[in-house]
Design a protein around this ligand. Structure first.
Ligand SMILES: [Fe+2]
Ligand SMILES: [Fe+2]
Length: 258
C-alpha cells in the first residue's frame, strides 16, 4: 500500500499547484491514499468548508490542520460532521472536531492523527506525546496503518516524537515549517519518519507569503498582515509504502517544481 502525503497547502497558488500535480503524481506513483495538510489553504491561514470540498474533489482522502486550524471560523461548522477533516488532537477538551480519523480503501484502513507541537507555540496545548498514546490506543483495532501529522516548529520535538512512536505508529510526518527536510528514513523499530514534508505553495516566497510583507514585519516588528505570494508554486510531500503486515517499507520525498 502507498500513501501520498502533501505538506501545507498555501492559498490559491498552492491549491492550483496541487490540482495540477495530483493527476501526475497518481499516474506516476499510484498511491492508494492521499492526505494533505490544509491549514493554510484559505488565503494563507485556515481552511473553509468550501475549500475543503474543493480539495476533496481533487482526490484527497483526509485533510489535516495545525496552528491555523481555527483561523477561519467557518470551518467549525463542519468539524463535528465531516470525518475527513481533522484538527490537532491536543487542543483542550470541548474544542470542535476530532484529532484522528480512519479512511478505508480496498479493505485497508488508514488511521490519520493530527498533533500540534508545543515548542515555540503561541497556544497552550495538552502534551502531544501523551495525546499520541491515546490516539494509538484508540486506533489499535480500528486501523491497519496509522500515520501522524506532527505539526510542529522545533526539529527536536519532531524527532523526539518520531522515536517515541517508533514501532507503534506507521509513519510520523512533520509539517508546519513549510520547508522540506532531507532526513526521511525508517527509524530503528520500523516507523517511517521525516521532520517536515514541505509545502505546496509559491516558490518565491517566505514560507508561502510575500517576501516584502515578511521583511517589513522583521524590520518594524509591527504584525502587518502577510499576503500569500504570487508566482509559480511547487508541490512537496512524501510517499510512504507499507506491506501486508502493516510494516513500513519505504519513505521518500516527492516534489513537483513549476
Ligand atoms: Fe502551515
Ligand atoms: Fe502551521
Amino acid at each position: 500500500m502507498r500513501l501520498l502525503f502533501l505538506g501545507d497547502i498555501v492559498g490559491r497558488p498552492g491549491r492550483e499547484a496541487v490540482r495540477d500535480a495530483i493527476p501526475r503524481f497518481v499516474e506516476k506513483h499510484q498511491p492508494d491514499f492521499l492526505v494533505a495538510n490544509a491549514e493554510n489553504a484559505a488565503g494563507g491561514v485556515g481552511l473553509t468548508p468550501e475549500l475543503a470540498m474543493e480539495l476533496f474533489s481533487l482526490g484527497l482522502d483526509v485533510l489535516t490542520l495545525g496552528n491555523h486550524a481555527f483561523s477561519k471560523k467557518e470551518i467549525t461548522s463542519i468539524l463535528d460532521s465531516e470525518l475527513r477533516v481533522i484538527r490537532p488532537l491536543n487542543f483542550p477538551p470541548g474544542v470542535p472536531g476530532r484529532g484522528y480519523t480512519v479512511v478505508e480503501r480496498n479493505g485497508v484502513r488508514l488511521g490519520v492523527v493530527n498533533l500540534l507541537g508545543r515548542v515555540f507555540s503561541e497556544v497552550h496545548l495538552d502534551c502531544p506525546f501523551r495525546a499520541a498514546d491515546a490516539a494509538l490506543s484508540a486506533l489499535v483495532t480500528k486501523a491497519d496503518f496509522v500515520i501522524v501529522d506532527f505539526h510542529a516548529d522545533a526539529t527536536s520535538e519532531k524527532a523526539a516524537l518520531g522515536f517515541y512512536l517508533d514501532g507503534r505508529a506507521g509513519a510520523v510526518i512533520g509539517t508546519h515549517t513549510h520547508v522540506q527536510t532531507a532526513d526521511e528514513r525508517i527509524l530503528p523499530k520500523g516507523t517511517a519518519f521525516i521532520t517536515d514534508a514541505g509545502m505546496c505553495g509559491p516558490v518565491d516566497s517566505v514560507i508561502g507569503m510575500r517576501p516584502a510583507d515578511s521583511i517589513q514585519r522583521f524590520l518594524t516588528q509591527i504584525p502587518e498582515r502577510l499576503e500569500v505570494a504570487g508566482g509559480k508554486a511547487m508541490v512537496q510531500g512524501v510517499l510512504v509504502d507499507w506491506n501486508d503486515a502493516g510494516r513500513p517499507t519505504n519513505i521518500e520525498r516527492v516534489a513537483m517544481r513549476p
